[in-house]
Design a protein around this ligand. Structure first.
Ligand SMILES: [Zn+2]
Length: 218
């Protein structure tokens, strides 16, 4: 969930934030994610999606699929594909996370999100000039980082459901309309839609038919 490039790189400069600095060390940020009270801000957060970000989204999805596949191999009789998450490190976003879970679970049939122990991915919260994102910790574990300021500027359920869309394998599509969940920050802060559209739903169902099958092979 990022901002259009023009706007945000200018803002990053204005804020004195080094892009190079913020590009590095994602795992360290999440591992030590602060859990303090969100602070209000009047400047927009983060910048546009990059190739780097798309790669992180893909690595994140691969990590989630691998984790799920490992569990299914151990319990081959299980009917539905279940992706387990932990929200323990994102206490301020409990209601958004459970709403996002509800939205996705009522939108797709081939995969199910469930909160539980031994999670396939984790939610974190904190302050990050990059805004919210999905990534891996470099050891094959996926996480979603929810940024305080961005979640105050944008519809917070939309941000959470968008990032969770990456869990399910959807890439960013910032040029899309508000009716698309993966257009993220593209349509601006006024966009309140937190539901995936029909294409996004069928893409996820398709991915979890094929994606999981290919994960089993490796
Ligand atoms: Zn995104």
């Amino acid at each position: 969930m990022r901002h259009p490039k023009v706007l945000t790189s200018a803002l990053a400069t204005a804020l004195g934030l080094g892009l190079a600095a913020s590009l590095g060390a994602a795992p360290a940020v999440a591992a030590s994610a602060p859990t303090g009270v969100p602070t209000a801000g009047n400047t927009a957060v983060a910048y546009a999606g990059s190739a780097e970000e798309a790669k992180a989204n893909q690595a994140f999805f691969d990590a989630v699929v691998k984790s799920v596949a490992k569990k299914r191999a151990a319990a081959p009789g299980a009917a539905a594909v279940t992706v387990v998450y932990s929200a323990a490190n994102a206490p301020s976003f409990r209601s958004q996370i459970s709403r996002s879970t509800q939205i996705w679970n009522s939108s797709v049939v081939n995969v199910r999100l469930v909160e539980g122990s031994n999670p396939d991915f984790r939610y974190y919260e904190g302050n990050d000039s990059r805004g919210s994102y999905a990534s891996t910790d470099g050891h094959g574990s996926g996480y979603i980082f929810l940024d305080y300021r961005q979640n105050q500027q944008y519809n917070s359920t939309r941000v959470t459901a968008h990032e969770t869309g990456h869990v399910l394998g959807l890439p960013d599509h910032y040029s899309g309309p508000c009716s698309e969940l993966m257009s993220g920050g593209g349509p601006g802060t006024s966009c309140q839609n937190a539901q995936p559209n029909s294409q996004e739903r069928s893409r996820v169902d398709q991915l979890w038919r094929n994606g999981l099958a290919s994960a089993f092979k490796s």
